[in-house]
Design a protein around this ligand. Structure first.
Ligand SMILES: [Zn+2]
Length: 434
């Protein structure tokens, strides 16, 4: 009988065709066979019983911030948190780190900063900013998975937004996936200093998203390029995307869980852009997932120092916009999905399979022969209360502190080896070879 390096048995293995008992057999870091539950011989056998076995999650929207703003978050802390949360692949955003990843030289700087520190596999986005269209082809050749662009102020001066015309120029410079922060600056009012969340959310209405999503869809239709709408909050923008096969869209755990109504005065850990909206909008986003109008769910993990969150004044206008959730995305989404009648297979499709497909990670995001043995033992029935101080993020600032959640990550395997945050075995991924 063929002997493998590792066999993981589960009565609830979440495979592409559905959930069933299986033995996932691993050789050389890849899934070599999927056998009946009791079959498969290996040097190491793990029997999970009724604990579910999922593919490692693929989080294509993470702001690591190193080098340059490592005090906000860094590769070691972010990827440890990822592994603890069942995320085995991240793709790092090109801004907030210094230099921003807007040319091939900056990508080299970022890869050097990440080397030897990553506990999960890590890829990189490039950035499209005014004036760098001439750099994009070389940056794409150097291995980024595509390009991020803003249509509104990014929050950092070194990464300015593109006008619709500049977006068109970037799209014609390179045949790549463009991922877009879609808010229309003309529809956004300057937020006045206020500790009341209602004032902040009123300053960034749904029309800011619907307008900018219209710009993205028009660009996709004109150029035929693939575009992707990042962190959609306003469900009202979904109809504009329908019928445009070269446009995909993601939303985030916070938009699917938190509501504007519940944000306490001064609780700036809830601030992100676009904002968390009302409960009716949250329910409409779940309908978008159910219908397939929304492709995937990724974290948009975007932490900063507690000082920049202005916890002292609680001023929503001045606080940094970004929510830290990398380690918690799976239980946050599962807690809501379970009560809304979705299954683990749905969560896997939204958080592993589709993100991998969209960015072209051909060996990630599913439990199938030939794929990397990135696996997660997940107890979907275990309840716990979030203690922000015990998270592996650099800072203990998250809107989920004190929240009761369902579903615990018990073990994460990266290419067949346990990823427990001790030995950083993550690889730096490049487009094409990943
Ligand atoms: Zn982001």
């Amino acid at each position: 009988m063929l002997s493998f390096d590792l066999v993981v048995r589960s009565r609830r293995a979440v495979l592409p065709e559905g959930e069933r008992p299986a033995a996932v057999c691993v050789s050389g870091g890849r899934i070599a066979a999927i056998e009946p539950y009791h079959a498969g011989d290996a040097a190491e056998i793990v029997d999970l019983g009724d604990t579910a076995l999922l593919p490692g999650l693929v989080d294509t929207h993470v702001h690591v911030n190193e080098p340059g703003r490592t005090e906000w978050e860094g590769f070691a802390t972010a990827t440890r948190a990822a592994a603890a949360g069942g995320v085995t692949t991240i793709v790092d955003m090109p801004l907030n780190s210094l230099p921003p990843t807007v040319d091939a030289g900056a990508l080299e700087v970022k890869r050097a900063a990440a080397a030897g520190q990553c506990h999960v596999d890590t890829g990189f986005w490039g950035g499209a900013i005014p004036g760098n269209a001439g750099e994009l082809a070389a940056l794409y050749e150097a291995g980024v998975f595509g390009f991020k662009a803003f249509l509104v102020d990014s929050g950092v001066p070194e990464f300015p937004p593109l006008s619709p015309a500049q977006l068109g120029a970037a799209l014609s410079a390179v045949d790549a996936l463009f991922v877009v922060h879609a808010e229309d600056p003309a529809a956004i009012a300057p937020a006045a200093a206020s500790p009341h969340y209602a004032d902040f959310v009123a300053s960034r209405p749904p029309s800011a998203e619907t307008g900018a999503v219209g710009t993205v869809v028009a660009a996709a239709r004109e150029t035929g390029r693939r575009l992707h709408v990042l962190h959609l909050s306003a469900a009202a923008a979904l109809p504009a995307i329908a019928g445009t096969p070269n446009v995909t869209v993601e939303t985030c755990p916070h938009y699917l869980t938190l509501t504007a109504e519940e944000v306490p005065d001064g609780a700036t850990e809830f601030k992100c852009c676009p904002p968390i909206r009302g409960a009716g909008n949250r329910d409409a986003l779940w309908e978008g997932l159910a219908s397939g109008a929304i492709d995937c769910v990724v974290s948009d993990h975007s932490p900063c120092t507690p000082e920049l969150k202005r916890a002292d004044t609680g001023d929503f206008a001045a606080a940094w916009g970004g929510i830290a959730s990398l380690q918690l995305g799976l239980p946050v989404v599962w807690t809501q999905a379970a009560v809304r009648g979705f299954g683990l297979g749905d969560v896997v499709r939204w958080m592993a399979t589709r993100p991998a497909e969209i960015v072209g990670l051909t060996r990630k995001g599913r439990i199938a022969v030939g794929y990397d043995a990135d696996l997660v033992a997940f107890d979907p029935d275990a309840a716990f209360v979030v203690d922000a101080g015990r998270l592996r993020h650099r800072h203990a600032v998250t809107p989920y502190h004190g929240r009761a959640l369902l579903g615990k990550v018990l073990t994460t395997w990266l290419r067949g080896l346990v990823a427990d945050g001790v030995t950083p075995r993550g690889r730096l991924l490049s487009r094409g070879e990943a």
